[in-house]
Design a binder for this molecule. Sequence first.
Ligand code: F6P
Length: 549
Amino acid sequence: MNMDHTRWCYELSLPVTEKSNPISRDIDRADAQHMLQILKTCDAEIFTNHHQGIYSSPIIQTMVDVAKKVELMLREPEESLIVLSGCGTSGRIAFLLATSFNEMLTDQQHTQIYSYIIAGGDRALLTSQEAPEDRPLLGARMLDEVCAGKKRVLFMGISCGMSAPFVAGQLDLCLKHLDVFTPVLLGFNPVHMARNEPMQDCSFHFKEVAERMATEQIQGKAFILNPIVGPEAISGSSRMKGGSATKIILEAVLLAGHQAIFREKTISPECLSSWITASERIYENTYSHVDELTSLVQKAGESLQRNGHVYYLGWRTLGIIGMIDASECVPTFGADFGDIRGFINNGFKEMRNKEGDLSSMGPEFVIGQQDFVDTVLPVLNQNDMIVFLFTVKDDLHEMTALANQVKRKTLNLHAVAHDLKTLNIPKRMCDVFETVLKMTWSSSDEEIAVMQKWELSTKCCLNAVSTGAHVLKGKVYMNFMIDLRVTNSKLYRRAVNIFTIRFTGRSKPECERALLRAIYSTDDVSEEMTSADVRTHTQMANRTDRPLL
Ligand code: F6P
């Protein structure tokens, strides 16, 4: 059997979310413009109309069913709770949605009913904390604590790869108490491709939980939302399409529930699919700014190549989108936390996270724009790139004043600005920037959830900028991350797989040995090391502060 055939069989055996996308196979050799075409085509797969796609009847119907549960929860808010939970980017999206939708409820003088859980706690909102992802019992315990005293809980467990033990533990808890919980699993693989590796301190694996969910779905007691959106542009990097599709789907479901309560709109397949269509338009509009986007990717790549930095300065939730994008560069590309960094106006006051101000925890947790002025601005130089993220509704005077301060240090200053057709950002404000990616949205786009649309567009831009910049820096080979950290069992398996079939053609044990040599920094891999379990290896990898591939 030749090597190509072996690779082909191997590729077939992988779940969709871990596969190598044929569209992006040569992304490492693309220039910025070509790279954007590749990312655009990969993202368009989110909306492809096929029998397991996001627009397919079973998926839309499940969204309708879940939206009706949201409506029920909103009708009896005192005893109900909607919990959104996940690891890494999935947990960060859970946080963003829970806080934004709680705010919408406050605006309607309604009791807040949303809560979020992220593996690793609030510190994981800003930094990568991959190890807790492996702990199912921790996930269950955190869920149990959040739900204390509630009679009804709608639990949305997000795991793009249908793989995170943390989420599997939570779903298992829900399935054991269906009198209280209605569990929803959101992911982007068919159930038969859910992960079937044994989990820490547990007798079941993710796939088994997903199968139990599927059985309960028949009775309407549990729901699986798992459209197939194609492999990521960078294999396994679920912060990209996975994160965006999570945002699109959950917002559609939650908004439909809100509109049923506050506008007496019937929850129907049409209203759910029209939100998906609105999101599709956002993608098309965003990628239509190809020249400005290409320029941003190119500039960000040059900054990283010269050991400079990329700083996102964002207002309100666009600041959060910036931080989400920046935080995931560390585990994905082996980046330093300072390489791409996000700041938000008003810092933690704007975040509204459960654990409050975390700035005393270290430099990674210093996120206010004033902190940027105090600590970064004095040392800023021409190699550093600054990207402002704002909307016409933000304080444009404050924004211009900060931009002028930055301009005294570097002209490498750019903006992603969202405007409505009717309200224009003054030209003199745009003139401060070298590039302005000015997104305008027609008034027919409706005022409904306009901020959510701006967030999605910004996410799409920043994913392109940070991914493109790291590709230009050489952090990707073909479409594989080659500087990833091996800090949990999923990442360990991914690393072995990349080594094994894809690159070297050597046997798995040989490649695992090579990986252990890197983890333990030794050429002498002992019997004790080879016989230890994956958890021991990832604990060791967590102690070394460098990428291993
Ligand atoms: O293990 C780290 C990570 O891969 C992140 O990159 C990702 O955001 C997170 O896990 C969650 O992955 P999933 O949504 O597939 O559980």
